[in-house]
Ligand binder design. Structure first.
Ligand code: FAD
Length: 455
């Protein structure tokens, strides 16, 4: 099979070369998020002055921070977002753009065993609301970001995974009225151009978007509503003072009545009480050059978003604006993130599913940090000092960060609609947090072994 590739293809390594460790670090042009190509290259470059005071200071300019700022600004609050890097530097402009409810994080039976039936039902129903929330936000705000209810195909890696998925989908329908259907192996060619799987499930309401354009649209609406974004302005210290908090940065300080921590996987020691509750986990993505229409349609006939049933799973989709394959998974954390060896396993996984892509160039490779919590659910609330937070989306944050940002803002506004099923969950810290941070690659390697040997 031959592929048509774009005119710049010769400058980039082939998927096969990346998979087989034949790429040297000198191929640095690939180390950039694909989504950033659609964004203007210039930032504000820290030009906006730090105001002496504001109503709400937000740390982090991702979906959580922007969604909260938009809600607060529309309610007439003076909101300032502080961002250490360029606006949207974190996961929000680096993710796969696959939109789910988060309801697949646990099997329904497991969630019921952990939380009890009533709480599990509340959480699952709220997951569905998160999916609907982002869809209606994008529609009402007229954000042009290729949002599409494309559906998700989750492929079974083993025959027994198919049966377990089918039972789980049935439970999801019973407890939270979530629509889905199963596709047996004999019919999976209608879903995917690969025969390595044992069928899979389809969640037709899951969606996709272009994360860079979604972030840009949310940014535009937030600033139009009066919110200010101060990029290149890291918050270095927060302390409680009379009437609120003093928020210090290298460029000056502000006094805010309320503070929101919206730094998720990029949370460090700023609020030690919170830092112990989140571990950053690296996640990587590669993007291919353009492929022919014929090949694209054969590989992804329904143009959905895709994943698999393993513990350490990979996920993929077509780019929304070109016939490219976007392929993600855990980043190889034993290597630096600008080293090709940190991405070789993604190319190997991709070729194991789609061997016809072996000569296609890899034009982009990038990583980002996912914020993991010990109990693997996101958390929303306030620290003992009264600092608000919404964090810990555990890799499913496009809908959840958008929703939690809105809900925590409503909570600050003392609007009862801000209540969520997650408000009263205990937020457990990681035992031995510094060790947990360093142990991530080893735990991941262990889970890969378990996936391979199926135990
Ligand atoms: C590679 C990758 C793929 C993913 N794929 C998907 C997907 O397909 N679907 C999905 O639902 N989710 C996905 N996610 C998860 C999703 O992107 C995140 O959950 C979501 O974007 C989190 O948004 P956020 O606003 O909370 O945090 P972020 O977008 O990470 O923003 C946090 C910001 O805080 C800033 N910050 C930190 N400390 C400070 C400080 N002291 N001062 C100022 N600023 C600070 C950081 O610079 C960062 O920009 C993926 C994540 C990654 C990394």
């Amino acid at each position: 099979m031959t592929q048509s590739v774009n005119a710049h293809a010769p400058a980039f390594p082939s998927a096969d070369a990346l998979a087989n460790g034949k790429v040297r670090s000198s191929h640095s042009p690939i180390f950039r998020p694909y989504w950033w190509d659609a964004l203007p290259s210039e930032d504000n470059n820290g030009q906006n002055p730090v105001p002496a005071k504001c109503d709400v200071a937000i740390v982090g300019s991702g979906f959580t921070g922007l969604s909260a700022a938009l809600t607060l600004a529309r309610a007439g609050r003076d909101v300032v977002i502080f961002e250490r890097g360029r606006a949207g530097f974190g996961a929000s402009t680096r993710n796969g753009g696959q939109i789910g409810s988060g309801n697949q994080k646990f099997r329904v039976k497991t969630l019921i065993a952990l939380r009890g039936r009533r709480k599990a039902e509340e959480m699952l129903r709220e997951g569905t609301r998160m999916l609907d929330h982002i869809a209606s936000l994008i529609e009402t705000e007229k954000i042009d970001c290729h949002f599409r209810r494309c559906g998700r195909f989750r492929a079974a890696i083993r025959p027994e995974h198919f049966d377990a998925m089918a039972a789980d989908m049935q439970d999801l329908k019973t407890i939270a009225n979530v629509e889905s259907f199963m596709v047996p192996r004999s019919e999976q060619a209608s879903e995917i151009g690969s025969d390595v799987f044992y069928g899979g499930s389809v969640l037709p309401n899951d969606a996709s978007l272009h994360p860079g354009l979604y972030h840009a649209g949310l940014t535009a609406r937030t600033t139009e509503a009066g919110g200010r974004i101060l990029d290149q302005t890291a918050v270095t210290h927060i302390e409680a003072v009379s009437g609120g908090f003093r928020v210090s940065t290298a460029r000056g300080e502000t006094v805010a009545r309320n503070v929101l921590i919206a730094s998720n996987g990029y949370t460090e020691g700023l609020v030690p009480e919170l830092g112990r509750h989140i571990v950053p986990v690296g996640s990587g993505i590669i993007a291919t050059g353009e492929i022919s229409e014929q090949l694209y349609t054969r590989l992804l006939p329904k143009n959905r978003v895709y994943g698999n049933s393993n513990r350490v799973f990979y996920y993929f989709r077509g780019a929304p604006d070109a016939r490219r394959i976007i392929w993600g998974g855990r980043v190889g954390r034993f290597a630096a993130n600008t080293s090709p060896s940190a991405f070789g396993h993604l190319a190997r996984d991709m070729l194991s599913v789609f061997p016809d892509l072996k000569d296609v160039p890899i034009t982009h490779a990038w990583d980002g940090k996912i914020g993991y919590t010990y109990d693997e659910v996101p958390h929303i609330g306030r620290t003992s000092a009264g600092i608000h937070y919404a964090v810990g989306y555990c890799g499913t944050g496009v809908s959840r960060a958008t929703y939690f940002g809105n809900r925590i803002a409503l909570q600050m506004l003392e609007n009862l609609e801000g209540r969520t099923a997650f408000d009263d969950l205990v937020f457990p810290p990681f035992p031995a947090h510094p060790i947990a941070r360093r142990a991530v690659p080893f735990v991941e390697a262990w889970y890969r072994v378990r996936d391979t040997l199926n135990f």
